[in-house]
Structure formats: C-alpha cells, structure tokens
Design a protein around this ligand. Structure first.
Ligand SMILES: C[S@@+](CC[C@H](N)C(=O)[O-])C[C@H]1O[C@@H](n2cnc3c(N)ncnc32)[C@H](O)[C@@H]1O
Length: 331
C-alpha cells in the first residue's frame, strides 16, 4: 500500500452529480472564450466535456494531470468573465516555435482568473507534473487539494481512496502499465475510472501523406513535435489489452472525436498562436475585448456544425481519434 496524502471521506450527501446542463452552443462559447486563439482546442474540449457529462464524477474524485484546471472548471459549470482567457498568462513565446516550449508553463502572483460563477461541484484532488499549472489551478477554488506528481511513478494515495478517477492525459505517460495498475489500486472497489484516450489513428489524421508535395519543414512547422510527447498513443485493441492487464473492465466505450475533428485540429491556428498571443497582448483592453467578442461569435457559428461526436465529412469508415472509456475494477 502506498501512503501519504489523506483525502476527505465520502459522505452520503457528497455524491456529486454530472455537471449542470448547459446547451451545446453555450458550452462551445464558454470554451471558445477561454481558448479563443486556439479555436480547434475549444472544439475538442467541448466534445470532451459533452462526452464526460454522461458520467457522474462521484466523490471522492481525482483529476489526474489536471493541468491549469480550466477544462474541468468549465466542465463542472464554472463561468469566467469574458475578459479572462488562458492567453493572458503565458511566457517564452519566442521559444515556442523552434524549441516547442510550453507557453503556459508559468505562473505568478498576478494570475487571478475572473470568475463569474463558481463550478457547481468540487474535485477532491488534482495532480500534475508541472507546479506552475497547479499554481494556476489553485486559483479556481475547484480542487480540495493539488499534488505535484509524475504519472510514471506510483500514485501517492492510499489503496481504494477514490470513487472516481478521471484522466484525459494517459497517452502522455511512458510507464502506462504501471499508471493503469496504480489507478486500479487507488480506486474504490465499486468506483469508476474515466479515461479519455487518443488513438494512434491520430498519426494518420494529418498531412503526413503529402510530404512529397509539402516538404518535411512544412510538416515540422505544423506538427511542432506533438507526436513525440504522446508516448502511450496506441490502437483501440492495445488500449483495451492494457486495461485488461491492469485488472480493469470496460463498462462503456464512447468515441467522441472523429478524423474530421482531428484533421481540423491538426492545423488549426497552432503555428501562428504565439504571434496571435503577442498581437492580442499589444492591444488596449477595450480593443482586445471587442475583437475577442467578434472572434468568439464567428467561431461559435463556424464550429457549431462540427460540435457533434460523430461528424465526419470524409467518405468510408475510419477509426475514431479519441475514446471515452468508463472502467471498473475487475478485482
Ligand atoms: C493536454 S494537457 C491536459 C491538461 C488538463 N487535463 C486539461 O484537460 O486541460 C496534458 C497534461 O498532462 C501533464 N503531464 C504530462 N506528462 C505528465 C506526467 N508524466 N505526469 C503527470 N502529468 C503529466 C501536463 O503537464 C499537462 O498538464
């Protein structure tokens, strides 16, 4: 048994229900307001949140690799003032393009998201590898406790601690078998594990097949080393074998991102994001707010038709790009 961090006991009235019902256009708008300069990310998160809303995040609940917590805050019904977005707290923009530095890996005491409405439920524990992101998550008032942790090492929680384990970043982990075993260990016997996993079909849902026309440099600019960070990317069969090896049974599997979504996301505004962020930072607050309003309105209209888990404009059958697995302990 691993020991250390204590987590609140589950009490009869602390069983949380799924997030408050929010219409699809409103959910998309909230994600776009937070991620406006990367609308393709807002679309993906909207799809993810809609899939997740079918599941109750019963307490005690842990959000593994919660990052800055913005996704989970919005998923749980939190609302930001439109003035806030994730691009107001970034750093090292000059190193994003060539060194693939994470511009969000920074925080200082001035970081204070403008919260209009608090999230409708709280999450007992959030973890992440990056302390800066946990520093940001702390400001949301969403997590009972935040723990810096590398998922390639044993989870610092006692056996059977959590009723719900949520993670949308398992494909970043190198020691994925260990990670899944650890998830099994910290889940209560009747608990649920909710994983959003990317499939290795993602390797094909890009422009790689056109390298002879586009050139390697083009693909490097678009790709920005993403695939290198997704150590555990695997096909559906391999993910399901991993779950079985870790003593986990599949309760439900819901694909929610198609290859059309993945192709949209493949390019998106990623290559120009650092320049857009710098440009937005140079505007007066009034001009920034006004452009952001029009921008969000436009992308709400453009992306709403894609905001369904099965939209695919391309012919024939294709593997999904991401699946939501709800898992239970086999033993
Ligand atoms: C795509 S982000 C998702 C963050 C958050 N869950 C969300 O939905 O916005 C992936 C997260 O995984 C974290 N991460 C990457 N490798 C990790 C590791 N080995 N252990 C723990 N967290 C890790 C990153 O710091 C980052 O916050």
């Amino acid at each position: 048994m691993q020991s250390s961090i204590k987590t609140p006991e589950r009490s009869a009235d602390s069983r949380s229900v799924a997030r408050r019902a929010v219409s699809r256009p409103e959910l998309l708008r909230r994600f776009l307001q937070a991620y406006w300069l990367r609308p393709e990310n807002a679309l993906w998160m909207t799809l993810r949140s809609e899939a997740l809303s079918a599941v109750c995040l019963e307490t005690p609940c842990i959000d593994l690799s919660c990052g800055d917590g913005i996704f989970t805050f919005l998923h749980c019904g939190g609302v930001f003032d439109p003035v806030f977005d994730v691009f107001t707290a970034v750093d090292r923009l000059d190193r994003v393009r060539d060194e693939h530095v994470d511009m969000f890996d920074c925080v200082d005491s001035s970081y204070q998201p403008h919260i209009q409405e608090r999230a409708g439920q709280s999450i007992d524990v959030g973890t992440d590898l990056k302390s800066s992101l946990l520093g940001k998550a702390k400001t949301l008032g969403l997590y009972g406790r935040l723990v810096e942790h590398d998922n390639n090492t044993p989870l610092p929680f006692e056996d059977s601690t959590f009723q719900t384990v949520y993670c949308n970043s398992a494909y970043w982990v190198t020691e994925v078998d260990l990670f899944l075993e650890q998830i099994n260990r910290v889940t209560q016997p009747d608990g649920r594990i909710v994983l959003h996993v990317k499939l290795d079909a993602m390797r094909r849902f890009n422009l790689g097949a056109y390298e002879d026309v586009l050139g390697a440099r083009f693909l490097e600019i678009i790709g920005r080393g993403r695939l290198d960070t997704w150590q555990a990317l695997a096909g559906r069969r391999e993910w399901e074998d991993r779950f079985a090896r870790a003593g986990l049974t599949i309760v439900d599997a819901t694909p929610f991102v198609t290859r059309t979504h993945a192709h949209l996301w493949d390019i998106g505004l990623r290559p120009i994001a650092p320049m857009l962020v710098r440009m937005a930072a140079g505007l007066t607050p009034k001009t920034r707010a006004s452009i952001k309003r029009d921008w969000v309105d436009l992308f709400c209209e453009l992306l709403l038709p894609f905001c369904k888990p099965d939209v695919d404009l391309l012919g024939g059958h294709a593997e999904p790009a991401e699946i939501q697995y709800v898992l239970a302990r086999t033993s």
